[in-house]
Design a protein around this ligand. Structure first.
Ligand code: 1QQ
Length: 384
């Protein structure tokens, strides 16, 4: 009788503990918080520093929001920011530190495709998931099944941009100007070339430049002599700014639009080129005016925190941190890279500032692009 009583007491206690524990697990309120170290390799210095600066701001905002809601989200993010210096060699150093030193759950970055094409091989070999938030060149996710991206590629954005240019601006013959020593600018050139052929737009001349060039007048003089309807440019923002300024200085009129790719989507273009940037068009993944409820909240919070509105790179980095946390949360582990990789690949229709987000089977982003145009010193949606 007594032992029975005792046993039922023990059972009742166990039952109560079970109820309490399962209640906690369901609400997540007092469940153990999963701490996820995320390595972010972003360009803080070098040619891509303008992109890296806003990427870091976007990522930090997401980290702050997620950590402020840790109780509900059940995850605490510990970001490890490192500068990849816009250089493949420094990218390798940073990736090795993340993999072997910090032992992060996954890596976000690096900023440039030119760096990613070497660093991502190291991550793939080590079985470390990577989420690119700004690589748009072909061949990045092809490196292997641990490599993902939320950045819309040039192969998706450029054809749409050229279709709009042809239909809305009557562009039938163009000059092509591109950097021939960078994975992104070369990839953008390939994307332009294919899109132009598909849209039956004639190329009247092809000109090239190299990273760090400052004088573009010889090539622009050639271009001017061919009298194109538009100039399509595949360049990172430093060189893009110089090209835009010098084209107008050489007397190529604003009625001949300059059309760029992803490299043009930085406010650095507006700051560097000023008045000369007016009317410049570029393919993009995102525009600040997107009316998605999450986006409005993001633009407001970002502007309040930093005193200026976000750009596309900030938006993609912000979305990237949320995607990364979702994968870690679903994997239920910050160290099981195989499980994190699998969880990432299974993300479907997640609400993000980029829209409802799913990865393609090739681990790329897939959503509607937008064509931006510089109007009154801002990136507006073309035609709106
Ligand atoms: C790339 C890019 C750059 C223009 C931005 C970081 O898209 O290198 O792939």
């Amino acid at each position: 009788m007594r032992s029975n009583h005792c046993r039922s007491g023990v059972l009742a206690t166990l039952f109560l503990a079970f109820i309490l524990l399962s209640g906690q697990l369901c609400t997540g309120a007092a469940a153990a918080v999963l701490e996820a170290k995320i390595g972010l390799a972003l360009s803080m210095t070098g040619g891509a520093a303008a992109y890296g600066a806003t990427q870091k701001q976007g990522a930090q905002l997401a980290v702050d929001e997620i950590n402020a809601a840790t109780g509900a989200a059940g995850i605490k993010v510990v970001p490890v920011f490192e500068d990849d210096a816009s250089q493949p060699q420094q990218g390798i150093t940073v990736f090795n530190k993340f993999i072997n030193g910090d032992k992060v759950a996954l890596i976000i970055g690096p900023t440039l495709s030119n760096t990613a094409q070497v660093t991502d091989r190291i991550a793939q070999q080590a079985g470390m998931p990577v989420l690119a938030v700004s690589n748009t060149a072909k061949g990045i996710t092809e490196i292997g099944d641990y490599i993902f991206r939320d950045s819309l590629t040039e192969m998706i954005v450029i054809p749409y941009t050229m279709k709009i240019a042809r239909e809305k601006l009557g562009v039938h013959k163009v000059a092509v100007f591109y950097g021939n020593d960078d994975a992104f600018t070369k990839g953008g050139y390939d994307a332009f070339k294919k899109a132009l052929a598909d849209a039956h737009i004639e190329i009247v001349t092809e000109q090239t430049f190299a990273k760090g060039d400052r004088d573009f007048s010889p090539q622009l003089t050639q271009i001017k002599g061919k009298n194109p309807d538009a100039i399509v440019v595949s360049a990172l923002v430093e060189e893009a700014s110089g090209i835009v300024i010098q084209a107008r200085q050489l007397g190529i009129p604003a009625s001949i639009p300059i059309i760029g790719g992803n490299g043009f989507n930085s406010p650095a273009l507006l700051a560097n080129a000023g008045e000369a940037a007016e009317g410049v068009m570029m393919g993009a993944a995102w525009n600040a005016s997107s009316i998605l409820p999450l986006n409005k909240k993001f633009v407001e919070a970002f502007t309040a925190k930093y005193g200026h509105p976000p750009d596309q790179f900030a938006a993609q980095a912000y979305a990237g941190v949320y995607l990364a946390c979702e994968a870690v949360k679903r994997a239920g582990s910050a160290t099981d890279h195989k499980a994190i990789r699998k969880a990432m690949s299974e993300i479907k229709d997640l609400d993000t500032v980029l829209g409802k987000f799913s990865f393609t089977p090739e681990r790329d982003a897939d959503h509607t692009p937008v064509v931006q145009v510089v109007k009154g010193g801002k990136f507006a949606v073309f035609g709106e």
